[in-house]
Design a binder for this molecule. Structure first.
Ligand SMILES: Nc1nc2c(ncn2[C@@H]2O[C@H](COP(=O)(O)OP(=O)(O)OP(=O)(O)O)[C@@H](O)[C@H]2O)c(=O)[nH]1
Ligand SMILES: [Mg+2]
Length: 245
């Protein structure tokens, strides 16, 4: 539950995002209206990303030499001081101005997590295979964990710091985002969505390896169901909410 904002910690993982990062950081600094800190976790980019972040003078740069999206986010969150943590990619694909909306909705709904869903953006820059994979993963997750999400793979989320400290996350790469949802469902935490937009990358390459990530995500989902506590919490949640389906 999050009923007030002391500080918003924006955590951004980066690996070779030199052409994307500055505009993103400036937008957050200028347009996010809550008290905030910006933390960039970089895995030793070789294209000048680190130098750009350092030069801003308003961001904290953490070097995390180990590779992995999950590793970087976990390190950033460990260092975050805010009672609300926002995670967002450093590639400029998400609308970071919407951080304000994520936080507003968090307060309105007393939510533990608010995800920015890209599914209502008619111009979303999502390839067909990524869209299809996302739909299959999201349907499977919603079905087994009794949730109502439309975009389980969104990397744009506001999260209660207190809640994330309560759960154990071990995934090192892209499956981290799904593991987080599973652990929140296990605890009976409240997860809601708001619509956001999704643009294409202007610079650099995707680090997503769809096949490898797909396997990791599905095995995370199926392993999670075998946990008795998770099964029990989700079953109770289903009984309470089945009329909504
Ligand atoms: N620090 C760190 N950041 C990473 C690593 N891998 C990916 N990232 C960052 O995590 C974010 C998400 O990676 P993306 O390559 O955008 O993956 P994606 O969003 O699934 O794919 P796109 O469709 O290309 O946006 C980006 O900001 C990356 O720079 C890593 O090993 N270390
Ligand atoms: Mg991305």
């Amino acid at each position: 539950m999050t009923s007030k904002v002391d500080l918003v910690s924006v955590v951004i993982p980066t690996l070779n995002e030199a052409g994307n990062i500055l505009q993103l950081l400036n937008t957050i600094q200028n347009d996010v209206s809550y008290p905030k800190e910006i933390i960039v976790v970089d895995s030793n980019s070789t294209d000048g990303t680190k130098e750009i972040v350092k030069d801003t003078n308003f961001c904290r740069l953490i070097i995390e030499p180990r590779r992995g999206y999950g590793v970087a986010l976990r390190t950033g969150m460990k260092n975050a001081k805010g009672n609300i943590i926002v995670m967002v990619d450093g590639d400029g694909t998400y609308e970071v101005r919407h951080i304000n909306r994520l936080v507003e909705r968090m307060l309105e709904k007393d939510a533990d997590m608010v995800l920015g869903t890209r599914m209502y953006d008619p111009n979303k820059a999502m390839g067909f295979l990524n869209f299809l994979g996302n739909k299959v993963i999201t349907f499977t997750f919603d079905f087994f964990y009794s949730q109502f999400l439309s975009d389980s793979q969104s990397g744009f989320r506001a999260i209660s710091h207190e809640a994330i400290d309560e759960v154990k996350l071990v995934e090192q790469d892209m499956a981290y985002a799904t593991e987080m949802l599973i652990q929140f469902a296990r605890e009976g935490y409240n997860m809601v969505e708001i619509p956001t937009t999704y643009k294409s990358r202007k610079y650099g390459k995707t680090k997503l390896k769809p096949f490898k990530s797909g396997i990791e995500i599905f095995s995370t989902i199926f392993r999670g169901i075998l946990d008795q506590t998770t099964f029990r919490t989700c079953y109770e949640h289903w009984k309470k909410n089945r009329h909504k389906r």
